[in-house]
Design a protein around this ligand. Sequence first.
Ligand code: CP
Length: 308
Amino acid sequence: MDLYQKDVVSIMDFSKDDIEGILDMAEEMVPYAKGEKIKRSLDGKILGNLFFEPSTRTKLSFESAAYRLGCDVIDVSEMSMTSMAKGETLADTIKIVDAYCDVTVLRHPYEGASKMAAKFSDHPVINAGDGAGSHPTQTLLDLFTMRQAKGSLDGLNIALVGDLKYGRTVHSLAQGLTKYGMKISLVSPETLKMPDEIVQHLTENGCSPRIRTLEDAVAEADVLYVTRIQRERFPDPSEYQKVAGVYRIDNALLQNAKDDLIVMHPLPRVNEIAPEVDKTHHAKYFQQAANGVPVRMAILNAILGGEM
Ligand code: CP
């Protein structure tokens, strides 16, 4: 694996070997992520954290990951607090931030924003979510969580549930799953189906997805990956109201699940997983969020050339 100075814009830019290399490195990072051991492999580096959409996990876990490796962080959370409020373009903003740091992490409401930012940056750019596009570092921590729980990723049966149209985490994840020959089931309202180009990518890569009811998917799955209906992406709020709350995972539903089913969710959740599920051995979503730190440590260390 040689990811030195590489952008992280799409999971499709990574080979299976690259992904496995990051997951292996993330495993080594766990005691450092918890503060049980100290590592300063990125001492003297600076990360620019630009979040132009709300975030709890991605923003804070990138910050935590950077600090755990001795890397400093400069950040902006509001476009209104940058000179974009005065009319500066995103391209110019990115060039300036690039001059001030060694890596830029960008969350932006527009699909393709990170790809554009990478063109204007000399240093690596990491896509921390671009509108309804993709979220590749989320995929890496999702795969890490699955491997941690299941031992191996190859051939697992996974159901992607919820907003498959606007949910960027499921777009990236679906693309990542093809590298492991997973059996993929899709569960969504008709209006929130997985985009055709992603279904085509899955099919061309030997993972032709099956459309399932929630009940059938739960009974068959090794991994149930649940997503929030992305209210903020609906052009018409009345369309959101038609599908809000359409799926809810609770203990009664999980009665028919395999005993070793794991339930994942990129979070935040609204009401699609009942809090009672949190106490079951199926629930992995809080561990999944915690895994954001070691996985993002591994990504930063790899692209900035930190020693292991
Ligand atoms: N999973 C995820 O991207 O969460 P945040 O929006 O809180 O960063």
